[in-house]
Design a protein around this ligand. Sequence first.
Ligand SMILES: Cc1cc2nc3c(=O)[nH]c(=O)nc-3n(C[C@H](O)[C@H](O)[C@H](O)COP(=O)(O)O)c2cc1C
Length: 353
Amino acid sequence: MSTGTSRLRRARCLIAYWEGTRVVFHNFARRLSVSARPITCDILQFFDKWRTLGEAIVHFESYTADSVRASVSQLLEQGLLVEKNSPQGLRDDRISKEWSPWLPEASFHFSTKDPAYVRDHWTLARQRSVLSKTPQPRIFKTVRGQKTELPVCTLPRSEFCQVLISRKTHRQFSKDPLTVEAMSQLLFLTWSAIGYLQVPVFGRLLHKTSPSGGARHPGEVYVMALRVKGLQQGIYYYHPGRHNLTMISNKATPFQACRYCAHQHYVKEAAALFIMTAVFPRTMWKYQHPRAYRVVLLDAGHLCQTFCLVATWLGLAPFCTAALQDTLIEKDLGIDGISESVLYVAGVGLPPA
Ligand SMILES: Cc1cc2nc3c(=O)[nH]c(=O)nc-3n(C[C@H](O)[C@H](O)[C@H](O)COP(=O)(O)O)c2cc1C
């Protein structure tokens, strides 16, 4: 804080809770947590409106000016106060306004972005050391009551059943490129509008191969083409209504793909990534209850399964990952991470020979 005349306000993206006997303040937009003394509540309450340090010194007259100055400066550093027109202040304002119908519940979305991923190799000993010390939950439930045996399921020799049964996560790929025709089929069958619905109140809605809560279709997809025959390496936006790609960057490298996916090495060998984002206002506009945040995540899951099945049907090797460097991806896609945010990445290669 440079002068006593800067205008400061309590961060709006703030939640408080008890951890044991300590009160913790958490700025979910900046992922900063700090435990603080109860007097902090009084100071934050005072800074409910834009105020200056000078005003705080006058207001908290029972404290010395130096101690008020030190507290305010600390709260600013810890993200509990923001400065007017600073990048943090502007972002805080946007998130709190644009997400207001879903806050504070959906603060989870911001709190869980960009975690500190472990980059080195996971040995079995390392895995054991971080797992819970209690026994692993059983993989099946036991439900008491009368049982009804079902007929033995004999599968018809159908392509559909074959595709369902063959779907699995691949982490090894051949060096061969994907064809642009296969890319086109993957995009069309997973993300394209395959029809439109005209409904009262809401007008024209999309119909896709995956369902979407309220037919809001918040999901968008960007392609990182790494090895696609007939398509220049780059990052593209896919238009689901026009079935075309718009290049938004030529910064597509196996290393960048690997960085996007929290340095998971196998991602470097993929032929293409499909970066799934959500445009939250599409769903939020209709559903103002924070439960709708779940719907956006569920939608992404549907799209990803459709993608995996289409890729399997095409004889390709799909995978998906939720371990992502959100902010890095959002910066490269040119999206703000507030109205549109990355959720999930799927990828594909050709299976190894
Ligand atoms: C939501 C979700 C997140 C996942 N994240 C990762 C991931 O970060 N890295 C990875 O290698 N696999 C990831 N997977 C793939 C799972 O590990 C994989 O589906 C699981 O091991 C079962 O294997 P299968 O897909 O062959 O049935 C994810 C799957 C789902 C559904």
